[in-house]
Write a protein that binds this ligand. Structure first.
Ligand SMILES: Nc1ncnc2c1ncn2[C@@H]1O[C@H](COP(=O)(O)OP(=O)(O)OP(=O)(O)O)[C@@H](O)[C@H]1O
Ligand SMILES: [Mg+2]
Length: 313
C-alpha cells in the first residue's frame, strides 16, 4: 500500500448517551476495495457518513484523497462519489432525467452530458427504461441507476453502503461485475455489507465492525482462517448411527445432543458424493444432510462469541 485513499484514526461518535463509533481506525489503499462488514446497527452507515463529510465525528481524524474531512470538506467532496444505503433517485423523474440532474450539478456541457448519460445507461443496462419514471423501476434497477448517478463526474473514490442488500442473485452479480470494472479502472471502493461472501469476493481487505469497534481486520484469507470453514452437516436417527459415522469420518465435529456430525468439506458435488459413499458402504443411514458455507454468523461467533443477530441487539 503506497498511498492511502482513506485514512481514519480514533473515530468516535455518540448520539446522546449511545456510543455508535467507539475508536475506529482504518486505512484504505488507493485502487483497492475495502469492505466494512457488520450486522444491523453495527455503525456502518455512521462510518460512511463520517468518511464522506455528511456527518462530523465527535473525535478522531479522517483524510480522504489526502484532504481532511473537517477542514477541506469541499476538496473531499470533489474527489468522492457516494451511493447511500437507500436509493437517492427521484422517483418522479425518468432514469435519463435523474442522470441529467447529476450532469447539471457537475456543470457538464450539454454535448458531454449527453454522451456520458448514454454511456452510463448502456453500461447499466438501463437504456430501454431510460424514458420511464424511476417509480416504475425494480429495486435492482433503482440501485443501478443510483450507482450510475454516483459515477457522473468520474469520482476516484466511491463509497457504497450495502449496494446489494435486497437484490436478487442476478442483480447482485451484475452489481459485483460493475464494481470489478470500477476497480479495474483504478477506482478505490469503500463498501459496506452484511454478506461475508460479498466481502470475500470483492474486497482486498475486510474489517468487521461490531458495536462501533473493529473486532477484526485483514485480507479475506486472513479472516477466514479465524473462522470455521465450510462443512457438511449430517444428522442421524440415533446414537448407533452417529457412533458408526464418527468412526469413519472422525468425531471432531460431533454433537451428541442433536445427533449431528459436522465434517469439513468444500461442499462440492464430488466430495459430498465421496463422503456419502463412505457411509453407504457401511450401511449407515443419514437422516438429514446439508452443506454449510460460513456466513456473517460464523464470523461473529468466532470473533465475538455472539451471533450477528445477538450482536445487532
Ligand atoms: N441520527 C441518529 N440518531 C440517533 N441514533 C442513530 C442515528 N443514526 C444512527 N443511529 C444509531 O446508531 C447505531 C448504528 O447505526 P448505523 O446506521 O450506523 O448502523 P448500520 O451498521 O449501518 O446498520 P444497517 O445494517 O441496519 O444499515 C444504531 O443503533 C442506530 O440506531
Ligand atoms: Mg446502514
Amino acid at each position: 500500500m503506497n498511498t492511502s485513499a482513506i485514512a481514519a484514526s480514533g473515530l468516535r461518535k455518540a448520539f446522546g448517551d449511545k456510543t455508535v463509533l467507539d475508536g475506529v481506525d482504518l486505512e484504505v489503499g488507493t485502487g483497492t476495495v475495502f469492505s466494512l462488514l457488520g450486522p444491523n446497527g453495527a455503525g456502518k452507515t455512521t462510518t460512511v457518513n463520517v468518511l464522506t463529510t455528511l456527518m462530523t465525528a465527535d473525535s478522531g481524524t479522517v483524510r480522504v484523497a489526502g484532504h481532511d474531512v473537517t477542514t477541506e470538506t469541499k476538496a473531499v467532496r470533489a474527489a468522492i462519489g457516494v451511493t447511500g444505503q437507500f436509493a437517492a433517485v427521484d422517483e418522479l423523474l425518468t432514469g435519463q432525467e435523474n442522470l441529467q440532474l447529476m450532469t447539471d450539478l457537475k456543470g457538464l456541457g450539454s454535448a458531454e452530458a449527453r454522451r456520458i448519460i448514454a454511456e452510463l445507461l448502456e453500461r447499466f443496462e438501463l437504456t430501454e427504461s431510460a424514458q420511464k419514471p424511476a417509480a416504475t423501476y425494480s429495486g435492482g434497477m433503482r440501485r443501478k441507476l443510483d450507482l450510475a448517478m454516483t459515477l457522473v463526474g468520474n469520482p476516484r473514490i466511491i463509497f457504497l453502503d450495502e449496494p446489494t442488500t435486497g437484490l436478487d442473485p442476478r442483480s447482485r452479480r451484475t452489481m459485483w461485475a460493475i464494481i470489478r470494472e470500477l476497480v479495474a479502472d483504478g477506482v478505490t471502493i469503500f463498501l459496506t455489507t452484511q454478506y461475508l461472501e460479498e466481502a470475500d469476493r470483492l474486497a482486498d481487505r475486510i474489517a468487521v465492525l461490531d458495536q462501533g469497534r473493529l473486532v477484526a481486520q485483514g485480507t479475506p484469507d486472513e479472516l477466514k482462517r479465524q473462522i470455521p470453514g465450510s462443512h457438511v452437516r449430517l444428522r442421524f436417527a440415533g446414537s448407533t448411527e452417529l457412533d458408526a459415522a464418527a468412526q469413519v469420518l472422525g468425531d471432531a465435529g460431533r454433537d451428541d445432543d442433536n445427533l449431528v456430525l459436522r465434517v469439513p468439506s468444500d461442499g462440492g458435488a464430488k466430495s459430498v458424493r465421496a463422503l456419502l459413499n463412505q457411509l453407504d458402504d457401511r450401511s449407515i443411514d443419514v437422516e438429514e444432510f446439508s452443506v454449510h458455507t460460513p456466513d456473517l454468523d460464523d464470523v461473529f461467533l468466532a470473533l465475538t462469541g455472539r451471533t450477528s443477530t445477538e450482536a445487532a441487539q
